[in-house]
Design a binder for this molecule. Structure first.
Ligand code: FUL
Length: 686
């Protein structure tokens, strides 16, 4: 009896072995274990906080006194709480930026926190942050600028030794480090210990990167190394936070080096035939600058902008490294917190209910046991569907069993076996049969397609082409609620008013008489003319859910349809074009506008330029009026207080209403003594 049982067992186990299917062969390159762990983080924070925070600069020269580093309320636990609550998995801090100032008391330089007034020189920002990360379960990473505009030896082999010594300090004394971040900016003018000169280095060879990298492997074997060219993670090639519709994790790594001028254009999306696995990381700041500047307090990125970044990075096979310019108190600014929390809430809402969870799923080809199509909806990253060897085109049908509205499709390759898919399509089965929804190229670790709401009974993803048999680990399907944000109202120079919202499925209601746009507003159907002074109010409404945005307000005085700028510079028209995003600067520090007819004005407004790199904000002005453009009368003079820190709309009311056909705005002083710049000038008549 026992023998019979044993025989039976042997037969069964033999049969099982027979039916076991071999996994697909990897398609090289493939990720290392440390890269695979990094892929799963997806979203983490950058903190730019250092000497520049106190000098109001983006790139310090290197001659700044350590005495200037003096945060009043530094609280790394606040940073960590915000980052964690926003759903991010780690923090990378600028331990040393290009100006060379160190946030930790390095033994190799005096240019550090130890000579600052902060905590009487006893403080260590890195220690505080790594402790806080550990307390809250976040990963901790370091940015160490290779370029050092303070160090006297920069450009010589001695500096490379110094740089490596610092790296050793960072990687030895602060616990586990998940990413080491090296910037591509290298060499140029600087203080260099008092030499005040221009020092260039050979970006390819100066740092002897292979030997520098081996220090990281020795001290922090799990840390990934970031640089334009890797080693492990590459720069996405822009600072907008966008990866590309076609983004390979494969890179021709031996063809690129950090700081290479043609990198962004030629190499940053990766290459199908790339030789090494070097996935992309998209870095972007929540404000225009990387460092804190009070004058950017009104320029924190909006929810629609941040959401777009999210989908264009994480949704396009890159990780997202979102920067917070910690302010001179030592805190993430309230406005930044507010915006990132809006993003976190919207991401949560978009991915709340996975409609793929209950679908019936079929594939046109299956490799066999262990690689079944049901693996793509089992919620497990380690199981995947694959086709038979040689089958590089196949389709997957996902049936809901009832009409279902969808607008997001999320798909992930089983990247441990390499990135394979080269082209795919998405179709939906509607009342009219199969209709095309979207087309894509690469997938990689994660690809998210966004498309307008569509009611379907089934979805079909067809892989059209792949480097080898596809291996798909995961599919998720969502119906993200519409993005309901207050509409943006603009009026151009000709008096045409446009009201816009980011989501096509959302209706806009507006009023032009000060009444509640929700109660008595009309539905916006396209641009309309508005020449007389008006307050336009608008709301966005999702007709499906009834959800309504806050009200947005556009306060417009008379239109500029009859206006012209006197002089022969066509570009000067930008200061009356209705857009705050265009600007013009005047060598003569003044501008004359012909209003086209005599108007009784009660005041005027001046909008300073809104670009990232600012110049020529007017701080002291004179306003002249004239009936003929020849005889001028001084109608107002004064200052635009605090304009440098707060470059928002400046509104000046005249002492008495004045009839005039011409106005002349003259800059008596600009904040930086550069020619006066103007984004927009308007008059007030009410
Ligand atoms: C750039 C640097 O030069 C900026 O200052 C910033 O650190 C950014 C993340 O990388 O290349």
């Amino acid at each position: 009896m026992v023998r019979m049982l044993l025989t039976a067992l042997v037969v069964v186990s033999f049969a099982c072995q027979q039916s076991k299917v071999a996994p697909p062969e990897p398609v090289y390159p493939v990720p290392s274990a440390r890269q695979l762990a990094w892929h799963q983080l997806e979203f983490y924070a950058f903190i730019h906080f250092n000497m520049n925070t106190f000098t109001n600069m983006e790139w310090g020269f290197g001659d700044e006194s350590p005495g200037r580093f003096d945060p009043t309320e530094l609280d790394t636990r606040q940073w960590v709480r915000v980052v964690k609550e926003a759903g991010m998995k780690g923090i990378i801090l600028t331990a040393k930026h290009h100006d060379g100032f160190c946030l930790w008391p390095s033994s190799y330089t005096e240019h550090s926190v130890k000579n600052s007034p902060w905590k009487d020189g006893k403080g260590d920002v890195l220690r505080e942050l790594s402790d806080a990360c550990e307390e809250y379960g976040l990963k901790f990473g370091v940015y160490l600028s290779p370029w050092d505009r303070n160090h006297p030896d920069y450009g010589t082999p001695e500096y490379v030794t110094y740089f490596r010594n610092q790296l050793r300090e960072l990687l030895t004394n602060y616990g586990e480090v998940f990413e080491v971040w090296f910037d591509g900016a290298n060499g140029g003018t600087g203080y260099y210990g008092g030499a005040n000169e221009d020092r260039r280095v050979d970006k390819k060879s100066y740092y002897d990167w292979p030997n520098t990298f081996s220090i990281i492997r020795e001290l922090q074997p799990n840390a990934v190394i970031f640089g334009d060219a890797g080693l492990d993670v590459r720069w996405v090639g822009n600072e907008h936070g966008f990866a590309y519709p076609t983004t390979w994790s494969n890179l021709l790594r031996d063809s690129v080096y950090a700081g290479m001028p043609e990198y962004s254009k030629q190499y940053s999306p990766g290459q199908e035939n790339g030789t090494h696995w070097v996935p992309a990381e998209a870095d972007v700041s929540i404000r225009p600058g990387w460092y804190y500047h009070p004058y950017e307090d009104h320029k924190v990125k909006s929810l629609p902008h941040l959401l777009d970044i999210y989908y264009k990075s994480i949704g396009q096979n890159a990780s997202l490294l979102l920067n917070f310019p910690v302010d001179n108190r030592g805190l993430i600014h309230e406005k930044d917190v507010e915006q990132v929390m809006k993003l976190a809430a919207k991401v949560k809402e978009d991915f709340a209910n996975d409609l793929a969870a209950g679908v019936r799923v079929n594939a046109s080809n299956e490799r066999g046991t262990g690689y079944k199509i049901s693996n793509v909806v089992d919620g497990k990253a380690e199981t995947y569907w694959a086709t038979e060897d040689g089958v590089t085109a196949a389709s997957i049908d996902l049936s809901f069993g009832e009409p279902t509205i969808v607008n997001r499709f999320l798909v992930q390759e089983y990247v441990a076996l390499g990135q394979r898919v080269k082209a795919f399509t998405l179709e939906g089965r509607t009342d009219e049969g199969w209709v095309s929804i979207a087309e894509g190229t690469t997938i990689g670790y994660k690809r998210i397609l966004r498309f307008p709401d569509i009611e379907v009974e089934a979805l079909r993803m067809t892989i059209k082409d792949a480097k080898a048999c596809p291996a798909i680990a995961n599919i998720e399907i969502y119906k993200a609620p519409a993005l309901i944000v207050p509409p943006v109202i603009v009026r151009d120079r000709l008096g045409m008013v446009t009201i816009e919202v980011p989501d096509d499925n959302v209706s806009i209601f507006y009023s032009i008489d000060g009444s509640d746009p929700m109660e008595s507003g009309q539905k916006y159907a396209g641009p309309f003319e508005q020449h007389s002074p008006t307050v336009i109010q608008a709301i966005a409404k999702d007709e499906q859910s009834g959800k309504v945005s806050d009200v947005s307000t556009g306060d417009f005085d008379i239109s500029k349809i009859k206006w012209s700028v006197v002089g022969n510079d066509d570009d000067a028209e930008k200061l009356i074009d209705g857009s705050d995003n265009t600007w013009w600067s005047s060598e003569s520090n003044e501008v004359v506008i012909d209003l086209g007819e005599v108007i009784r004005i009660t005041g005027f407004t001046y909008m300073p330029m809104q670009q990232r790199w600012i110049s020529g904000f007017i701080s002291e002005y004179q306003l002249f009026t004239s009936g003929d453009g020849i005889d001028w009368r001084l109608s107002s003079e004064g200052e635009f207080s605090n304009i440098l820190n707060s470059p928002i709309l400046q509104t000046i009311n005249l002492n008495s209403a004045t009839d005039t056909k011409f106005i002349k705005l003259r800059a008596i002083k600009t904040v930086d003594d550069r020619p006066a710049s103007f984004a927009e000038i308007s008059v007030l008549t009410r």
